[in-house]
Design a protein around this ligand. Sequence first.
Ligand code: AGP
Length: 613
Amino acid sequence: MCGIIGAVSTRNITDILLEGLRQLEYRGYDSAGIAVINNQNNLQLIRKLGKVNILAEAVKHNSLHGGTGVAHTRWATHGNLTEINAHPHISSNIIVVHNGIIENFQSLRQKLFKKGYTCVSDTDTEIIAHLVHFEQYQQGGKLEKIIKMIIPQLSGNYSIVIMDCLNPELLVAVRSGSPLIIGCGVGENFIASDQRALLQVTSRFIFLEDGDIAEITKTTIKIWNKIGQIVERPETLSKINNNEELYQKKNNFCHYMKKEIFEQPLVIKNTIESHINYGMITMAELGPDINILFSKIKHIKIIACGTSYHSAMVSRYWLEELAELPCDVEIASEFIYRQSIVQKNSLLITISQSGETADTLSALRLAKKMGYLGSLTICNIASSTIVRESDLVLITNAGIEIGVASTKTFTTQLTLLLIFVAYIVRLRKMNNILEKNIIEALANLPNRIEKILLLDNYIKKLAQAFINKEHALYLGRGTLYPIAMEGALKLKEISYIHAEAYAAGELKHGPLALVDETMPVIIIASNNKFLDKIKLNIEEVRIRGGQLYIFAEQNICLTKSNEMKIISLPNVEELVAPILFTIPMQMLAYHIALIKGTNVDQPRNLAKCVTVE
Ligand code: AGP
């Protein structure tokens, strides 16, 4: 995680760096810092614990000024949340900002200590500054050469930007695992962890590749690849359009998360419409030969993390039931460290909102060497590393999601996965009616979601009962089991209440022991083949005094009791039920967090984009 930005210009870049940090805050917000070299080559450094606005406030009182600088927003990996551990880190004239982890930093620290360097922070970053300073002092020479010398000493995944007060005309950047993008200006150049930080100044970008080292001055950009050859990386125009800017405004909502929950009818509609042509599903973006590849598929492997893993879980039900394709889903961080067997003619699918999740990216890179038919990613960020490294790409049209807890990107992932499954079914000529049914069910979905959003006040009242709770249990079956997991994850993430989700059939195999009159049990009840079984689960909880919150389609008949709250939802086609039932789960978590007064959009300890293992 962590967000990096750097600039070399003739104008004062302080405000550009601060605005960039605001855009990068989704990557971490434990602390923030800025370093600018002034006209006399003196360093002006400010670091603050907490969010970027605290740093911005401090900058206002210190009037920083200069044309070369770097800034950073931190998600802590090494060292406590303190000001001293905030970036940038310095060693005399050398200033470093860093994203990622230097795994061997303890041994390097000891070596540096023997050479007379004492670290003032507990971070792995500070040793980079000292290493550069030491080599510069010993060998002299250009900054880029010194950095090439120290890179073999560093192990781990990282990106770094280095600035030298003795030579303030340039920045040197290294990409080794974590993303770095150069923003090209006129008489000025920039670097950052993502494009959004730099859209304020340019729309022309160069994506560094792994192992690249870049030297950036006001008028030149030189890039060396991992074997030290000078390379030309293509300059591209940003695909982020004006619509994206709309998604960055909070409008009248008090939180991005609420706005993003309420945007779901629109973005789901957008995702559907971009894949339906003359009443038929189209996968045009996958190219003309896609049917040849798809017709070879005998197995699908899906890899993802967190919320994206939950959408993978739902799609396994769809793929096996509807397309009769064997499917395995796996958490990326497990996949990368175990010996797995590739099934014959297996397509690899990664699912990622950000397209930068380190575990999912590592899994993709590993899987590409393993003999899968090809790699398809379902992602919300078209310019992300996972998109650029995948053979095939399907983009969810959710627009930028700012709340750390994923909402609209999850439901658009599900929408796109269902469309994908319908396409595969048509291709395998198994069922012509299914595609029609799916299109119809999807078409009705945005209206039904609108109806659920009208329950906002009712769910807000229900949320009151949770504020003193420390635990909650979520139950669902079939495709709604992953939705129970997603509901529990939302509650944990933003309200800090411990929540567990179970396949409802597992209740009597252990978790029932947790149920007493203090335990809220959230049950998702759909009018499907599991209904009678879910009713039994409801009874099992009821007779043990559990506090039941049943989210049920309105045509379901339930025997009411005092301990039971029934949240009546529109009837829905079974195929799209997981998408619909997700919405009240998000709303419940949101209102509980709101009443508890937590930071809904930026929950403690989390970041939107997990770029470290
Ligand atoms: C979701 O609310 C979480 N913020 C988190 O679990 C997230 O889904 C996970 O880190 C995966 O992210 P990705 O979809 O960007 O790969």
